[in-house]
Design a protein around this ligand. Structure first.
Ligand code: 5RP
Length: 252
C-alpha cells in the first residue's frame, strides 16, 4: 500500500511514484520539523506552502506546538492560516522572524529563486527578508540551471500607472537576452491580474541566462514604475527538494 506522503521523510528513494503534489507535501512536512513552539513564522504562499501551513495548524490543534505567531505573505495565506486557528500578526509588530517556509517557482544551483508566479512576490520578499532562517520547499521540477531556465516567467510587480511604458522599459533592459514582457491577465476574462497591493505583474521571459542577477535586479528596481522583482537572490538559507531520488537538503 502506498503510504501517506507526509509519512515519507527519509532520504532514500521512495519505492513509490509520487505525484507532484505529494512531493510538495513531503517537502513541506519536512520543513515543518524546523518549527518550534514560541516561534514567529513567515507563512508562504502557493500550493507547496499550503501543505506546510496545514501541518502547522494540525500540530497546534494536537497540542504539539504552542505560542506560534504567523506572518502571512498574502491574503490567501492569511485566510488559510486564520481558518486553521493560527494566531497571526504582521511585520510592523514583529519585524524579526525566526523562520519562514515557502515554495518557489525556480531554484538555481546557487539557491537563488524565482518567486511570484502566484503573484505574492512583494510581501514574500518583505517578510522572507526579515527571517533568521528561510526554508524553501520544492519538488524536483523547480530545479533549473539558471534563473528563467524553465522557460516560464520571472515576475515583476509594477504600478498600474502606464504599465505598458514600464513593460517596454523592462524589455529593453534585456534586449540582448531576447526578453519578452507580458502583462499577467486573468485567464477567465483577460483583465489584469491585481496583486494584494493593488499592483500589476509583468512577466518577463528570457531566452538565455541573464548572467549577473544582482545587476539585473538593480536595473529593474531603478525603473520608477517597478515595485519589486521576483528574483530572490541569496535569500534562502535551507532548501528541501522532494523528488524521485528521495529528499535532499542544501544549506546556504
Ligand atoms: C507565490 C510564489 C510561490 O511560492 C510559487 O509560485 C510556488 O508555488 P507552488 O508551491 O504552488 O508551486 O512565489 O507568489
Amino acid at each position: 500500500k502506498k503510504p501517506d506522503p507526509a509519512a515519507v521523510i527519509s532520504s532514500p528513494p521512495p519505492p513509490f511514484k509520487f505525484t507532484q503534489d505529494e512531493l510538495k507535501k513531503i517537502a513541506a512536512y519536512k520543513a515543518v520539523e524546523y518549527v518550534e513552539s514560541g516561534m514567529v513564522l513567515g507563512l508562504g504562499t502557493g500550493s507547496t506552502a499550503k501543505h506546510a501551513i496545514d501541518r502547522i495548524g494540525e500540530l497546534l490543534r494536537e497540542g504539539k506546538l504552542a505560542d506560534i505567531i504567523g506572518i502571512p505573505t498574502s491574503t490567501q495565506t492569511h485566510e488559510q492560516a486564520s481558518s486553521l486557528g493560527i494566531p497571526l500578526s504582521d511585520l510592523d509588530t514583529h519585524p524579526v522572524l525566526d523562520l519562514a517556509i515557502d515554495g518557489a517557482d525556480e531554484v538555481d544551483p546557487d539557491m537563488n529563486l524565482v518567486k511570484g508566479r502566484g503573484g505574492s512576490l512583494l510581501r514574500e520578499k518583505m517578510i522572507e527578508g526579515c527571517c533568521r532562517k528561510f526554508v524553501v520547499i520544492v519538488d524536483e521540477s523547480k530545479l533549473v540551471d539558471y534563473v528563467g531556465g524553465s522557460g516560464l516567467a520571472v515576475p515583476v510587480e509594477v504600478v498600474p500607472f502606464c504599465w505598458k511604458f514600464t513593460a517596454q522599459k523592462l524589455k529593453s533592459l534585456f534586449e540582448e537576452g531576447g526578453c519578452v514582457a507580458k502583462l499577467r491577465v486573468l485567464p477567465e476574462n483577460g483583465e489584469p491580474f491585481v496583486t494584494d497591493n493593488g499592483n500589476f505583474i509583468i512577466d518577463l521571459y528570457f531566452k538565455r541566462d541573464i548572467g549577473d542577477l544582482r545587476a539585473a535586479g538593480d536595473a529593474m528596481l531603478r525603473l520608477a514604475g517597478v515595485v519589486e522583482h521576483g528574483m530572490f537572490i541569496d535569500m534562502a538559507t535551507t532548501l528541501i527538494v522532494a523528488g524521485s531520488f528521495g529528499l535532499t537538503f542544501q544549506l546556504h
